[in-house]
Design a binder for this molecule. Structure first.
Ligand code: CTP
Length: 403
């Protein structure tokens, strides 16, 4: 699935050691379907060659405003008029200072001043440079001019120091650029999501779990963030990376058992939307052993079960009606082996929730693809087989219309 299909991105590169990562960034943008036009400052060409960027993008690279290759000799106008966005990575302290003052003494800065498309910067500099009052002022001015700053991150720097100022990784910049282009239908909303399986311990080394990979719940978290929400993701044991972590708009709590998940949900601040995507164990082990159960010389163990609290039901019961709509708006998930619509709708009514999402087909566990049936108070809507992230985006758009 390509999330930047048909997008034209001008990739600006300014002078900083992080420029070596711009090659990887160009590749990732193109993998997502974007066409990439590189514009470099003279200093950037000291760190990475225009030839490298030209070979990777398949487009001529522009480095100065006197370049005669554009027929009307107005590269600064031409390049931005066809672009969907200008992304500068790395953006040096010097470049940020110039842009914040509206200076235009080379092609890249002139292009930014003359642009009629959004501008996003991925700052990269030494920690002291980032903390310098002049750079703090530049960043504030740029933000108030509606320039998006992506990062920077904190960590080890090329100069040997450790701290704030590292450029975000190319994958994080790409993820944030994709998010930038999505509709902000959940701006200002707080979203709580449970995802993945739960694990009920039998003894310190054994337990009962299920085949949920967490992919659908994590995709919904990403889609909600892309839509402008603040997200709290409560995840059972799974190996997935937290989406859009660098935005600072997602909090993740890792849990193990259904009881842990219930407690984490109850301790989470109020939310506007709750998605119960986790495959929560219906029963906990009533008599877990503190020590590993030994096989030799022992009778076959008897495992007793005790019911787990129903997280979704508890959330739905806590929902208050405001202006005729429940808050939080609760969305449940159902995996059924037969009569999906009938069983899922029955579950929706039993739990008292406005929307339940049925997984169509038994092959969704661990897969990147899924098919969904949205069952609500007034009928149902099928979402055809697609990557889970694409379905998550469609689900978020649908839910936003219901709020
Ligand atoms: N759920 C929950 N807490 C539980 C159990 C389930 O929040 N203890 C949520 C799941 O996250 C999902 C929905 O409830 O959104 C699934 O409903 P449930 O009735 O538990 O499904 P099944 O266990 O599949 O029910 P059944 O065995 O009756 O089909």
């Amino acid at each position: 699935m390509q999330s930047l299909l048909n997008k034209k991105i001008v990739l600006g590169i300014s002078g900083g050691i992080a420029a070596y990562k711009s090659a990887e960034l160009a590749r990732l943008l193109m993998q997502e379907g974007a066409s990439v036009q590189v514009v470099m400052t003279e200093a950037a060409a000291q760190f990475i060659t225009p030839v490298t960027m030209q070979a990777l993008t398949g487009n001529p690279v522009y480095t100065n405003q006197w370049d005669a290759r554009i027929s009307n000799n107005m590269a600064h106008i031409e390049l931005s008029r066809t672009a969907d966005a200008i992304l500068i990575a790395p953006a040096s302290a010097d470049l940020m200072a110039k842009l914040s003052l509206g200076l235009a003494d080379d092609l890249l800065t002139t292009l930014c001043l003359a642009r009629d498309c959004p501008l996003l910067l991925a700052p990269a500099m030494n920690l002291q440079m980032w903390q310098h009052p002049a750079t703090v002022r530049s960043a504030e001015r740029l933000r108030s001019d509606r320039v998006e700053l992506l990062g920077p991150a904190s960590g080890a720097q090329a100069c040997g120091e450790v701290g704030m100022g590292r450029m975000l990784e190319p994958a994080e910049i790409t993820e944030q650029l994709i998010a930038f282009f999505q509709k902000k239908v959940l701006e200002g909303k707080r979203v709580l999501i449970t995802a993945g399986p739960t694990f009920e311990a039998i003894d310190p080394v054994r337990g009962i779990t299920n085949r949920s990979s967490g992919k659908m719940g994590f995709a919904i978290a990403r889609a909600a963030l892309e839509a402008g929400a603040q997200v709290h993701l409560i995840a059972g044991p799974c190996e997935l990376n937290t989406p859009l972590l660098a935005t600072g708009k997602i909090q993740r709590t890792d849990v193990v058992s259904a009881k842990d998940m219930y407690e984490a949900v109850m301790a989470s601040p109020n939310c506007d939307l709750f998605f119960g995507v986790a495959a929560v164990a219906d029963w906990a082990i009533a008599n877990p052993s503190k020590e590993k159960m030994k096989r030799q010389g022992k009778a076959i163990p008897e495992i007793q079960f005790a019911p787990n609290p129903d997280i979704l039901l508890t959330m739905a019961q806590s929902a208050k009606k405001t202006k005729g709509k429940p808050n939080p708006y609760c969305v449940g998930f159902a995996a059924e082996s037969t009569k999906l619509e009938e069983h899922a709708d029955d579950k929706r009514k039993r739990k008292g929730i406005p929307l339940i999402v049925g997984n169509i087909g038994p092959d969704t566990f661990g897969s990147d693809l899924n098919q969904l049936l949205l069952i609500h108070e007034r009928g149902s809507k099928k979402l055809a087989k697609a990557p889970k992230l694409q379905l998550a985006r469609q689900l978020i758009q649908f839910v936003a219309t219901q709020l």
